[in-house]
Design a protein. Structure first.
Length: 131
């Protein structure tokens, strides 16, 4: 080994240096590749969520305007229970007594959703009820 290092020392150090750089780039490329995929997936979900929210506000709540944060706090984060029967998956939303204005807007919106006869993947119809 000493004779090889003596004869090829400079080239071996350069080779090791290039090998370390190559390994460093390999791992960064791999991490970057995963991060890009995760960012793309999260961006897809965010855009889909905003599109569904806009559709719900337009079609079910009578073109009412509402900030996304207000929609989250007033409607999407409402406590609920799910009741499963043979044919129906019933989502029972608990009415917020402190916010009667938005609850009045929500009732016709839920009726509109029920008219669409949305089905879950298990073929049960989803029904929304405000209690």
């Amino acid at each position: 080994m000493k004779s090889i290092h003596g004869e090829w020392g400079k080239e071996l150090r350069r080779l090791r240096k290039y090998e370390q750089q190559w390994l460093r780039l390999q791992s960064k490329d791999f991490v970057y590749h995963i991060d890009v995929e995760l960012d793309q997936i999260m961006a897809f979900f965010r855009i889909s969520f905003v599109n569904i929210s806009c559709w719900f506000l337009r079609e079910c709540l009578g073109r009412s305007s509402m900030a996304l944060s207000q929609l989250l706090h007033t409607i999407l984060l409402m406590p609920a229970e799910i009741e499963l029967t043979k044919d129906i998956r019933r989502v029972r939303l608990k009415r917020n007594r402190k916010d009667p204005e938005n609850m009045e807007k929500l009732e016709p919106g839920l009726q509109r959703l029920n008219e669409l006869r949305i089905q879950h993947l298990d073929q049960r119809q989803i029904e929304f009820v405000l209690e």
